[in-house]
Unconditional design. Structure first.
Length: 266
């Protein structure tokens, strides 16, 4: 199969993003009207149905859909997904699909690239998740759809209040804490305050006065208290919702490709 063009690799319609996220087109339009949908890749001035999105926006929408599937209200799902998308975008460039595990990880039994030699006119852009997914799905035998794999990013939400993250398969490895000598079993990220349209997503770092813990012992002590509150909230939770973010993104890419293949065959 030839390399997908720009329309396949980088640009998705609102309808395709809704399909990818397993949301109704109406619900996605509602999010766009409320400024809670992923940012469009075009100027964003047109109506929701005429906006286009890149693969980062599709991944963002996939998280909204996964959280909504887990039982969270649509607007809460959108606000929490936006917090993750913004923070991961700033630190890593995009939300983690973990597709590289099929290339460089234990999922790839080959010494080199799983799809063999590429034609000279093609290059691999490992920063473009949909293009990488397209290669893995159509040019290799290593890609397995719909399964969780080591290295996936797991979001845990305790009692609709504490939001933490872990990495699948690496649960025994403690997570670094800037204020505690011992590592943490999960990374505290956000607190959900309120329900429905009035719900707010509060990052843990916004609950302290300063992040310079060496010169501000009060902030360091407050952060230690917050970390223990999150970990205790997770341990003693009545309900603990688990969302595989990376798998949600890969499933979203599969839904888009299924839809495009179905339309091409019609």
């Amino acid at each position: 199969m030839a390399r997908p063009g720009r329309s396949a690799a980088n640009v998705f319609t609102s309808r395709e993003v809704a399909i990818a996220a397993d949301l109704t087109v109406r619900n996605f339009a509602l999010l766009a009207d409320q400024n809670l949908a992923p940012g469009p890749s075009n100027d964003g001035l047109g109506k929701a149905g005429h906006r286009t999105y890149d693969s980062a926006g599709l991944a963002h929408a996939a998280l909204i859909g996964a959280l909504h599937l887990a039982g969270f209200e649509l607007l809460v799902s959108a606000r929490l997904a936006a917090a993750f998308a913004n923070d991961y975008g700033a630190s890593h460039g995009r939300l983690p699909s973990n597709l590289n595990a099929f290339v460089r990880g234990e999922m790839n039994p080959h010494k080199g690239l799983p799809w063999g030699e590429m034609p000279k006119d093609l290059t691999v852009d490992f920063e473009q998740d949909y293009w990488l997914h397209h290669l893995l799905r159509n040019r290799s035998e290593v890609y397995k759809r719909g399964i969780a794999i080591r290295g996936d990013c797991i979001i845990e939400i305790a009692d609709h209040a504490f939001v933490l993250t872990t990495t699948l398969g690496l649960e025994k490895i403690k997570i670094f804490s800037p204020v505690s000598r011992e590592g943490l079993p999960a990374n505290p990220d956000y607190r959900i305050v309120g329900r429905g349209a009035s719900a707010q997503i509060v990052p843990i770092h916004q609950e302290v006065d300063s992040l310079d813990f060496q010169i501000n012992p009060k902030s360091a002590e407050k952060m230690r208290h917050l970390e223990q509150e999150y970990i205790s909230g997770r341990t003693d939770a009545v309900t603990l919702v688990r969302v595989n973010l990376s798998l949600a993104i890969r499933n979203a890419f599969d839904r888009v490709q299924d839809d495009r293949e179905s339309k091409a065959a019609a």
